[in-house]
Each structure stands twice: as structure tokens, then as C-alpha cells.
Design a protein around this ligand. Structure first.
Ligand code: GRF
Length: 189
């Protein structure tokens, strides 16, 4: 049976693109992206989803009474689509109890630093400002802590230059390689 994944994103969606392409070209074996979930209507990831022919669930959290309500709506849709693994790829929202109860252990996140160092939303800039020389990328399970779940895989990105843009490009390139490889390994062990 083909595996089905969902990808949650809030912005640009380059990791969404990398995962979707990897499903199409077989880097992630026997898998399709069943759903893209976006909490920022109009974000560029939505254009990418349409271009790749991936079903899109776009919603505004403010249209719901609270997190539990929109997470219930998302989890119901994940159930309907038969999603096996949820990949958070720049989803800028803390996952709440409803999704954790229903998809905990089947939900992973990508973070642009070598955790447990440099948690939070500005990891690349924070590590650059700190003077780090070995940067990197982490894929981890999602739990009720911020960037704190059990680590699945990591890739180091050595950099000793002074251009944060250049560093960012290198880290994204590492992400686009590590995320598909990790998803393939989890689904096709
Ligand atoms: C990535 O750097 C990811 O590690 C972080 O958010 C960023 C998303 O980038 N969680 P993109 O939207 O996939 O281009």
C-alpha cells in the first residue's frame, strides 16, 4: 500500500517542495503527499501545492473559537485522507493537545539548528550571532515542548564565513536533502 503523508507549512514552503518532489521522483519510496495544511492563507506554499497538484487545507485560526477547534478540524481531515505521517515544515504554531493526542508519535518537525542548541523561531540568526562554526539541521518527533521532542536525524553544516544569507542557503540545501531521506527511512524501514 502507498504511504500517505501530510505537510504543514506557514510560509515559503521550500521544504514542502522538496518533500513533494521526492515523492514524485521516488527518493521517498511508495509515498504521496495526501494533504498540505496551511494556517496562513495566501502563503507561497499554497501556490506550490496547487502547482504540484497536492490537496490544500487552508484555514485562518481566527475563524475558530480556539486551538482545540481548528486542530480537531485538521485531525478529522487527516483521518479522512488516511495520513500516516505528519511533517511540519515551517509550521509556525505550537501543536496543541488535540493533534498530539491523535497524531503524537506520527508527527515530525524540521529545525534549522543542531538541537538541543538554538531552539525557537530564529535559530539560524541566533546561531550565527553566537559565532557557531558547525551549524546544521535536525528532524525530531513533536511533543508538547518547543523543538524538544526526541531526535531522529541530524546533518551538520560547517560554515566559517560572515554572510548569513550564504549560511541560510547552505542550511536550506541540507534540509532539502535530510528531510526526504528521513521520511523515506521512517516509512520504508
Ligand atoms: C525551515 O528552515 C525549517 O527548518 C523551519 O522553517 C523553515 C521553513 O522554510 N522550521 P520553508 O518554508 O520550507 O522554505
Amino acid at each position: 500500500m502507498r504511504h500517505k503523508i501530510a505537510i504543514f507549512a506557514s510560509g515559503n514552503g521550500s521544504n514542502f517542495g522538496a518533500l513533494a518532489d521526492a515523492c514524485l521522483d521516488g527518493t521517498i519510496r511508495d509515498t504521496e503527499v495526501a494533504l498540505c495544511v496551511c494556517d496562513k492563507p495566501g502563503a507561497y506554499v499554497e501556490t506550490r501545492a496547487r502547482e504540484k497538484g497536492v490537496k490544500l487545507l487552508s484555514f485562518s485560526p481566527k475563524d475558530y473559537a480556539g486551538k482545540r477547534d481548528f486542530e480537531r478540524m485538521i485531525a478529522d481531515r487527516l483521518d479522512e485522507e488516511g495520513v500516516e505521517l505528519v511533517c511540519l515544515a515551517g509550521y509556525m504554531r505550537i501543536i496543541g493537545e488535540e493533534l498530539l493526542q491523535r497524531y503524537g508519535g506520527r508527527m515530525i518537525n524540521i529545525h534549522p539548528a543542531l538541537l538541543p542548541a538554538f531552539k525557537g523561531p530564529h535559530a539560524i540568526q541566533d546561531s550565527f550571532d553566537y559565532g557557531v562554526k558547525v551549524f546544521g539541521v535536525t528532524i525530531h518527533y513533536v511533543d508538547n515542548t518547543v523543538d524538544g521532542g526526541k531526535i531522529i536525524s541530524q546533518q551538520a553544516v560547517p560554515y566559517d564565513g560572515d554572510e548569513v544569507d550564504e549560511l541560510e542557503t547552505m542550511i536550506h540545501a541540507a534540509e532539502h536533502q535530510l528531510f526526504p531521506a528521513t521520511v523515506d527511512r521512517l516509512l520504508n524501514k
